[in-house]
Design a binder for this molecule. Sequence first.
Ligand code: ZN
Length: 427
Amino acid sequence: MTVFTHNDKLEFASAEEVGTMQDQLLKKHIQYCLENSPFYKERLADRDCENCSLKDLPLTTKMEVSIRNSEFVAVDSPEVADIVFSSGTTGWPTRIMYSQGDLERLAYNEECAFKACGLTASDIVLLTCTMDRCFIAGLAYYLGVQAIGAASIRNGHGTMEGHGEVIKHTNPTTVVGVPSFLRKLGYYLNEQGIDLPSASIDKLVCIGEPLRDAEMQSLPVAVDLEKIWGAKAFSTYASSETVTTFCECAEQAGGHLHPALGAVEIVDEEGQPIPDGQPGEVVVTPFGVEGMPLLRFRTGDISFVNRAPCGCGRTSPRLGPIIGRKKQLLKVRGTSLYPQAVFSALDEMHEVSEYYLEVHSDGDLSDRLVVHLSFSSQPVEVDVVLRRLQARLRVKPELIVEPEADIRRVVFTPQSRKPVRFIDLRS
Ligand SMILES: [Zn+2]
């Protein structure tokens, strides 16, 4: 039994039509949770769910999914098709189970996302993300490419040399990968004499790191990517728990939600709704998930929503870039910022080759920021770098210059699946 709804036209429908459809989908989803999810049977026991709207429902936290993991499983074991792990909050990765229907939903989800950024059956898509190691992302993109009828090249976490050879022999039109890696790959291929702007690739689908800042301006990494590759860079956001993808369209102005597959809200610290356009925690209710269905899941990611119709004709809400993680909010003498702001400022400085940020407690209400960084070969005035950082961030971090190899040992640790650029030493 597949419980999700295919509805390609809903992305372009009027607000009333979307509202009516989403009310029905929510009702069906709540009913499914009440009948199949031990966690929600208990959580919703004393509520009148017959007439409630999204905002009447309780929020679900990452911690609950992690600690009461088995109670979220809503299918019997023969119906489980795939098991993955998402980075947990308890120190242990959180187990997520998908049914066959969830994998089909995932394929449809990525099909909608890829179509928004212009992919068709004629595209040849190089996937530079891993298909294994209990990740869902690589599999999701692969399923999406198949659903569109395009060709996939599953080169995974290959070396730059390996990707170079594959590109030479397969002429992909699209590359899916992490922006900072694609930038390195682009520079490497240029050094190898490959003229990327004249090559076949015209689209980069970027995962895991933002391409825009809080004002929706392109970050340096997005500008570099488009210049090096001669291709358009699109940002996409999803998580293993919500199985819901937001992807930019040709307008490159925020990731579209597919309204048949979920609802998005932005809430404050207390879980109260925040007006459109203002930053807060992203909350997602994915419709039609069978394995581990969720209601109003607090992602811990900070962004904002734009509900104005888009230039592409879609009326679906657009999610802005992830400007930080809730738990990572830094407070330095009254100024609040997220580590991402420090990373963006450092990324703009071409003389900085590697870095990570360490944060310590500096009294009850303030944090102390220490940036460990290395420079590319030319001599660099540390004071100049510090002044530029201070001007950009409005706070003054401490700088510690170290050899690049030492920094890379901290950033690229075998214990983590992603580069570690933020070390939180606050108690
Ligand atoms: Zn659009």
